[in-house]
Design a protein around this ligand. Sequence first.
Ligand SMILES: C[S@@+](CC[C@H](N)C(=O)[O-])C[C@H]1O[C@@H](n2cnc3c(N)ncnc32)[C@H](O)[C@@H]1O
Length: 443
Amino acid sequence: MRTAACLGLVGTGFALTEKVQQISQKPLLANACPSDSVLHNSECRPADFGASFATDNIQQNHTVTLEEARELVQDVEDFPWTFLPECYSNGDNQEPLCVFSDQNFASGRGIVLVTTSPLAYQMLKKPAFSQPDALSRINQHDNPPFEERDFPGKGRGLVANKTLHRGDQIFASTPLVLTHPAIYDLVESERLRLQHHGVDTLPPTTQSLFWKLLGHFKGDPVEDRINTNAFDIAIDHVQQYAVMPEIAMLNHDCRPNAAYFWDEETLSHYVHATQTIYPGEEITITYINNERKREARMAHLKANWGFDCTCSSCAAHPVFAAGSDARMQAIEDIIEALNDWSSSSTATPEVAELLISLYEQERLQASMGVAYKHASEVYSSFGDRYMAIKYAQLSIELLHLDRGFNDVDVRFMIAMAKDPEQSWSWKKRVGHKRFEGSCGHVH
Ligand SMILES: C[S@@+](CC[C@H](N)C(=O)[O-])C[C@H]1O[C@@H](n2cnc3c(N)ncnc32)[C@H](O)[C@@H]1O
């Protein structure tokens, strides 16, 4: 099962992070857009807060344009960013948080990182920055297999305009904005300034993609757009929030027909169909861990994203919702039983088949890779080579779509499909009882 930490959008939870008291402002690189000004509409404008700065390059009280701020780095050898970064620290010896902007990233789409200097420079080593060919399949948004539509109560969404099959790629996009969660430790004025500065340093066509995004929570227009649309991703085990404007057009459904994953090497977010999607059908993803009962799903969506979920599973008649909740409970119980490798385990291939059937009944196709993995392991544990391979193969396909290229379970299932006899689970349960009940069926 996916963990909430790897999932979903930022939501207000982070925006409401408690403010740190007594924060001192520490601009580090004063000769960027100076720290006594705010970047707005491509110009540094005087701000009514913060220390005043004069440097060799910038005269005090001079309003520095973005172009001038860019010129300041042109003579600096091997400087990887388009503008000198502006930074703030909360004064608690934490790494300062800075705006690192590269307008050349992804063939001119650009990217802005509002993060710590060590992380920004770590990202520069990723193939996304260091090997431009790594992005040759990314950000190809011409002739998309979908159209934008309005959905009453949900805003805009995307509808397939051709038949999409399981495994078809719908998107692969690099973020426009990547922010570090520690920015919520800065005082609000500094945090907003870094976010505004960041967006203002993106190339103009990319900025318009950002401004087209929905702001659900109101408040500051830049922060609102980030909070409404950012995905929670990890880079070198550090959590960050990433805004991909194309993918942010997908609405939530507790029974989605598409899945997404983040690839650290290409700094790209992929979305694929996990089942056949016919023309006219809305393409949806889940914003949460949806393998839970209805009330828990709805409460999570309301608390973090501020909307009342009206997807068909959330809107179902209470009788059908109760049936669905009972199946979700059965799924949880079965997974617990299948994870029991003791001699008293009740796990059998029949139980794993029931798990698969429950996932299908619940229309959880996007998460089926997990059910297939359990089935593969159970068959392996009873020494059934070909059923172990069959389910390992099915698992590889769906886990790939849901977890990406480097997922540990994907690697494990690839090894299983090749040679179940080498798996740690092989024949672990041989001799265990397989059937219970008078008529030989699983109850
Ligand atoms: C990432 S945006 C999705 C695209 C958005 N509908 C738009 O018009 O740009 C997330 C926002 O869409 C809306 N939304 C997404 N899924 C929804 C759903 N199942 N029910 C109601 N609103 C939804 C909410 O306002 C949510 O904050």
